[in-house]
Design a protein. Structure first.
Lengths: 84, 200
């Protein structure tokens, strides 16, 4: 008979579950929990969305890139190179 | 000179190796802005990021002889500035682990969620089309305690694996896994109040 896990345990090992690092019997426990817990279904979905948002928000950066290095810094780098 | 260097990475590398001043200046001006934004991601203030950028370029000038050309020059410089940023972080890291518990989900004693997790307005791909959301998410990443934020940046943004992240930060692989999971949970918690469906 499969052991019933609680939301706390589900959340604590969620990354292992998503990364496929759990043993088959644990995966079954997690699947059973998900089938009966809409809260953890929502938590897992929004956890994955948070990871995707983190990655996407940095990749699609809006910071002005051209000309963002101050002229004094360019000169300081070049001067330090000449001294070496 | 600049158009030639822009079109021909190999000739730029050769000229920088030879100590050509114009080539070195082109390298700084052409790659500097993007590298500065990478350093800024790791170091939360502009002054530290500028220091890291300077350290990175000086390392690059020194080590350009070892650049093999198997990776793109931009990728090679990117790795150098990430390393320089981590060195800068390490130089002022204090030993006390910052608390993250306040940002993690809470549970009743019986193990159930204390607050029901909310559905979000839209999926990540749709949310990312909005500039104000992208800015908001980056600010939330900046709010994570440093030791967790750094692991999140290396694993989820830089796409390094657990072993490489552990090596760069001089911590155990288990600590990388724990910090990454907590950082993601904390980020989720910071995003939820604004992104939950009822908050539209």
């Amino acid at each position: 008979m499969t052991r019933w896990i609680h939301c706390r345990e589900f959340v604590e090992f969620l990354d292992d579950y998503l990364a496929g690092r759990l043993a088959p019997e644990q995966v079954e426990e997690f699947n059973n929990h998900l089938s009966g817990c809409p809260h953890c279904v929502t938590y897992m979905k929004t956890y994955q969305e948070a990871v995707a948002l983190g990655k996407g928000s940095v990749e699609r950066t809006d910071e002005p890139v051209p000309g963002a290095v101050p002229e004094e810094l360019v000169q300081a780098i070049l001067a330090a190179r000449s001294k070496k | 000179l600049a158009p030639r260097f822009e079109a021909d990475e190999a000739s730029l590398v050769t000229a920088v190796r030879a100590g050509d001043a114009a080539a070195c200046e082109f390298l700084v001006r052409h790659y500097g802005p993007r590298l500065l934004s990478v350093a800024r991601r790791f170091l939360r203030n502009q002054e530290d990021a500028q220091d890291a950028l300077q350290d990175a370029f000086l390392s690059a000038f020194k080590c350009i002889g070892g650049f093999e050309g198997s990776a793109r020059l931009s990728t090679w410089l990117h790795r150098i500035v990430v390393n320089a940023s981590l060195m800068k972080l390490r130089s002022r890291r204090n030993d006390s682990e910052e608390p993250i518990e306040d940002l993690l989900p809470r549970f009743f004693e019986d193990g159930h969620h204390l607050r029901s997790p909310a559905e979000w307005q839209e999926d990540a791909e749709t949310l990312l089309e909005r500039e104000e959301i992208r800015i908001f998410v980056r600010r939330c990443i900046d709010r994570l305690p440093e030791s967790y934020r750094t692991v999140l940046l290396l694993r989820d943004i830089e796409d390094l694996d657990t072993a490489e992240t552990a090596r760069l930060l001089a911590i155990e692989e288990g600590a990388v896994k724990t910090r990454l999971h907590r950082a993601r949970q904390a980020l989720r918690g910071l995003l939820e109040p604004r992104l939950r469906r009822s908050a539209r």
